[in-house]
Design a protein around this ligand. Structure first.
Ligand code: NAD
Length: 467
């Protein structure tokens, strides 16, 4: 059992803590400080003071600092992976915590190498016009529980790289790895540049306080649609800049020309990465009626070979659902779907928070497992007869994060991709994000993008200098 306090300026005054539960065992994984609004104010004041000098650093200095942070993550990767597994539940292996920390290092490294040089818009006898990108100030980062370290890095590194300072608030369900990450980062950064604040969200909701805080200039948020909407409302008063990465209900469309067995592995990991607790996981699968049974059978067959168990076991490839609320949601949606469709695998809750990989066919739009974001290991299959109908059903959802098309005909697949209402579309794969490709949702899935140059610009204000 661990008690982490973080090396934030706000951490020192904290006496109270809350327990963090290991979802694999139900045991206490550690304790985190239960901070107050006063602690948040202290962290923001410290970040604001640090901004005075941090924002004046040269591009080379910022790049060097981010490179040092990247090296620190790589140096501590084993420790961070273990903490993620203990509090999040995902296994060390497979697409689990070691993979997550490897991704954090890769994203940090790539983003460190990006820059936003001055753009000359005009340079002639009438004058010179330059577009400069300036840091916005203190950035408030609010993260969810599914990829605690990877998402923290997605927020922290572009903010630092562009000269901002950061106060990060992890989910109360997974604060330990973020606290340790910030401790590690603070070994190489000046005081106040990055701080972490944690609370159990019960006594005081620090996320809500951050969204209306007058000295936080931008919120970058990853989490559910409902919370993102609340943030947008409370950020209006202070005109904060916002990047909101919210929920998804990604559709996959399988055309009749594929070999079901050949695509089963890709479909499986597209849907069940991190036990389906992934924003851009495939959450609805539309399959042409001529091969719907074969695709369902191939998925169920593939699922049999994937061991599920305690995340700390080297043999596990999938772990438990992270928390009771999510487990109850999956249980409710699956119970309803079982009354309407055919269970091809899984379907019954296991011990504790373990829920087996579940695939249910014979469902349609309007069924809760299709319409709602399940965010767990249950995939509905919907058979269609006409691809126009499939596109319509895929788009008939308020979310628009990702989507995929599965076919041997690349041109046909691309034409369908172009008609899907979502920020990313993959062909013959799903959810494969990368640090050089902007990622974000349309419709209710969010505002703005992360990654690449476009993602970096979200941490800046434009200033045009006319001379
Ligand atoms: P959540 O919205 O419940 O919580 C996210 C964060 O917001 C937590 O840190 C929480 O403490 C904080 N919070 C709670 N109330 C708040 C308030 N009133 N104001 C400000 N912050 C508040 O989400 P979750 O359950 O942790 O995560 C799952 C959701 O996140 C899913 O919907 C998933 O699709 C989404 N998600 C999206 C992306 C993406 O990139 N689009 C990535 C990962 C997860």
């Amino acid at each position: 059992m661990r008690r982490l306090t973080g090396k934030s300026d706000a951490g020192d005054s904290v006496g109270d803590t809350f327990a963090v539960i290991n979802p694999s065992t139900g045991a206490v994984a550690g304790h985190a400080p239960n901070m107050t609004g006063a602690d948040l104010n202290a962290a923001v004041a410290s970040a604001k003071a640090a901004f005075e000098t941090w924002s004046l650093k040269s591009d080379e200095e910022l790049q060097a600092a981010c490179a040092s942070v990247t090296a620190k993550i790589e140096e501590h990767s084993a420790e961070l992976a273990e903490l993620v597994t203990l509090e999040q539940g995902k296994p060390l292996n497979g697409l689990g915590s070691r993979w997550e920390i490897g991704g954090a290092g890769a994203w940090a490294g790539y983003t460190t190498g990006l820059s936003l040089p001055v753009k000359v818009l005009q340079d002639n006898e009438e004058g010179r016009v330059e577009l400069h990108r300036k840091p916005v100030g203190v950035v408030g980062s609010i993260t969810p529980w599914n990829f605690p370290v990877l998402i923290a890095i997605w927020h922290i590194i572009p903010a630092l790289r562009t000269g901002n300072t950061v106060v990060i608030k992890p989910s109360p369900l997974t604060p330990l790895s973020t606290i340790r990450l910030v401790e590690i980062i603070n070994d190489v950064l000046p005081k106040g540049v990055v701080s972490v604040v944690t609370s159990d969200d019960k006594s005081e909701n620090l996320g809500a306080l951050m969204s209306s805080h007058p000295d936080i200039r931008k919120i970058v948020f990853t989490g559910s649609c409902g919370t993102g909407q609340k943030i947008m409302r409370s950020a209006a008063e202070t005109m904060k800049r916002l990047t909101l990465e919210m929920g998804g209900n990604d559709a996959g469309i399988v055309l009749p020309d594929v070999d079901p067995k050949a695509i089963a592995e890709g479909l499986f990991w597209g849907a069940f990465i991190n036990n389906g607790q992934t924003c851009a996981a495939m959450k609805r699968l539309y399959v042409h009626e001529s091969i719907a049974d074969e695709v369902g059978a191939a998925l169920a067959e593939f699922a049999k070979a994937i061991p599920m168990g305690d995340g700390m076991s080297e043999d596990s490839i999938l772990g438990p659902v992270q928390n009771q609320m999510q487990f109850d949601k999956v249980t409710r949606l699956v119970a309803d779907a079982k009354t309407k469709g055919k269970v091809l695998c899984g379907g019954e809750a296991g011990d504790g928070l373990f829920f087996p990989v579940t695939v249910i066919s014979g469902l349609s739009n309007g069924d809760p497992l299709v319409d709602e974001e399940q965010f767990g290991p249950a995939l509905p299959i919907i058979a269609y007869s006409d691809v126009e109908e499939a596109i319509k059903m895929a788009n008939d959802n308020p979310n628009g994060l990702g989507g995929s098309v599965w076919s041997n005909d690349l041109d046909a697949a691309k034409k369908i991709a172009a008609r899907m209402e979502c920020g990313s579309v993959w062909i013959n794969k799903h959810g494969m994000i990368q640090p050089n490709a902007p990622f974000g949702g349309v419709k209710s899935s969010g505002l703005g993008v992360e990654f690449g140059e476009e993602g970096l610009t979200e941490y800046t204000d434009i200033q045009v200098i006319f001379s």
